[in-house]
Design a protein around this ligand. Structure first.
Ligand code: GLU
Length: 515
């Protein structure tokens, strides 16, 4: 679809009510990709009109997430821009003006109903078997400026009685809009209720603030989660009643991210149950002190998370799966976003991560895993750590695997693979292994290649069979049968450590046989 002459301006508009869910990160990503693809502007707007849900730290969490993922906005609270402020609580005065405009035009009205009266209305509707809705059918029986006399209304306003402003939805209007993902969406205005626009505390609701801001910020496309689709007809009416329908943004509603199994939306509970993160970064709940795990802390590379999320709801239509941010910008289009929900698959996330770990240079990987070495109380030179990373990179699906896979480069072996020892260690063969150690002790210089040549020559010359010797060689040095070339490992450990490890291991193996 051509973007006409309108310059592309899109916004990511989260509410800072808690940690950003991974679905929110995908929304941000699709906005970012779309903006970049069309040479447009990516804006971060903080929608904090619901002060009761304000959560300490949530806004900076959003900023940090965007930064970590490499999706920096061009306009935001932090950066400013020509359309600020970018936080709704700082725009309060603007919204009132538009609520007043709607009141004057007869498109909105004052409502004074108490919460008890609203409950009563809902219960009466339920009892009558109809849908409880404050709107076309029920507004005449409620306490509002359409039903009450003008004097009564004035009196209430003069006395400072609490009120809200509601949208007056006209009966019999058709709302049609073209959604870039879903195609033509059609609604009848009679299905829409008279939503509150301005709350009794003077704050706008999400609906009013969202529409006013999208208009004033000249947003060209609204790309957001499917959960907002039911609100869109109301938004279209708001544009219409405010006289802005001609410049209304184009909508694109993104598919839900589904649970790994079963039906429904992916939730924090799924993550807790299956042990995977659903947040980009660790989040410490300021009230409970509980920490929810993030992809970053779980050892994911931001490039992998971005690539994985891009594919949750979109595909390029080719076999290619690995896409850098640049590649994504080039290939992304809203037309290729699916209507159907996208199933979250943690194994796939790990697969992406593994690919990015393999692709990383040893030097980059070393920087990423160095904190694990330090956390375990060790120091290591860059060059050694880089070599270790080169040996282990194909064995890590997340960065957190590093320590488990490679602790033996820094510390003594914790335990030996029992099966191997049981099967391969024979007390009467000890002299063979002692000679093997002597052979290793004589290797000079102590390179992987030299160790390999000489150990293999020893095995061959004495017709010992690789399968009888090498497993013991490996398990003695690393404890495990898994791992990279054992000769490279030995070289990196250094002769002194290798000889010491053989000694300790052989003693332990003997003991296990005698015991
Ligand atoms: N503040 C809404 C949210 O938290 C934004 C929805 C929209 O993009 O219009 O998702």
């Amino acid at each position: 679809m051509s973007q006409n002459n309108k310059s592309v301006r899109v916004r990511f508009a989260p509410s800072p009510t808690g940690p950003l869910h991974i679905g929110g990160v995908r929304t941000a990503l699709y906005n970012y990709l779309f903006a970049k693809k069309h040479g447009g502007t990516f804006i971060l707007r903080i929608e904090d009109t619901d002060q009761t849900r304000f959560t300490e730290g949530a806004e900076s969490y959003i900023e940090e997430t965007l930064e970590w993922c490499g999706m920096l906005p061009q306009e935001s609270t932090k950066l400013g821009g020509d359309f600020g402020p970018y936080k709704q609580s700082e725009r309060k005065a603007m919204y009132k003006q538009y609520a007043d405009q709607l009141l004057e035009a007869g498109k909105a009205y004052y409502a004074f109903d108490t919460s008890e009266e609203l409950v009563e209305m809902r219960e009466a509707a339920k009892a009558a078997g109809s849908v409880a809705k404050y709107g076309i059918a029920s507004r005449g029986q409620m306490k509002n400026s359409l039903a009450l006399s003008a004097e009564d209304v004035q009196e209430r306003l003069d006395s400072g009685a609490p009120y809200v402003i509601r949208l007056k939805v006209n009966s019999g209007e058709t709302v049609v809009f073209e959604d870039m993902v879903r195609g033509l969406v059609r609604f009848q205005s009679d299905e829409i209720d008279d939503k509150i626009l301005l709350k009794s505390d003077g704050m706008p609701t999400y609906h009013l603030a969202n529409i006013v801001d999208d208009h004033l910020m000249q947003i060209s496309h609204v790309i957001r989660g499917e959960e907002w689709l039911p609100s869109t007809p109301l938004h279209v009416l708001l544009y219409r009643y405010l006289g802005w329908e001609d410049t209304m943004p184009t909508f694109a509603h993104l598919p839900l991210i589904l649970k790994p199994v079963g039906s429904g939306k992916l939730s924090k509970r799924d993550g807790d149950k299956h042990g995977f993160p659903v947040f980009p970064l660790d989040w410490k709940n300021p009230t409970t002190g509980e920490t929810a795990m993030g992809f970053r802390e779980r050892g994911f590379l931001p490039e992998a998370v971005v690539n994985f999320l891009a594919f949750l709801g979109w595909n390029p239509g080719t076999e290619q799966e690995l896409f850098s941010m640049e590649d994504l910008i080039e290939s992304f289009s809203l037309e290729r976003v699916n209507k159907a929900g996208a199933r979250f698959n943690f194994d796939k996330a790990k697969w992406f991560n593994q690919q990015y770990i393999i692709q990383s240079s040893d030097a980059d990987l070393a920087k990423m895993v160095r904190p694990q070495v330090a956390a375990n109380g060790h120091e290591v030179e860059d060059s050694a750590l880089e070599t270790i990373c080169g040996l282990l990179n194909e064995r890590m699906t997340t960065l957190s695997d590093f320590w488990e896979q490679g602790y033996y480069f820094f510390e003594d072996v914790k335990e030996y693979d029992r099966k191997t020892v049981k099967k391969k260690w024979k007390l009467d063969k000890r002299p063979i292994f002692d000679t093997l150690v002597e052979t290793v002790a004589n290797v000079e210089p102590f390179t992987g290649e030299n160790i390999e040549t000489q150990v293999k020559a020893y095995i061959n010359d004495n017709q010992l069979g690789f399968g009888n010797i090498l497993p013991i060689f490996r398990v003695s040095l690393t404890g495990t049968m898994k791992g990279p070339s054992i000769f490279d490992v030995a070289s990196l450990l250094g002769k002194e450590t290798v000889l010491k490890r053989f000694e300790t291991a052989f003693a332990a193996f003997d003991a296990s046989k005698q015991g």
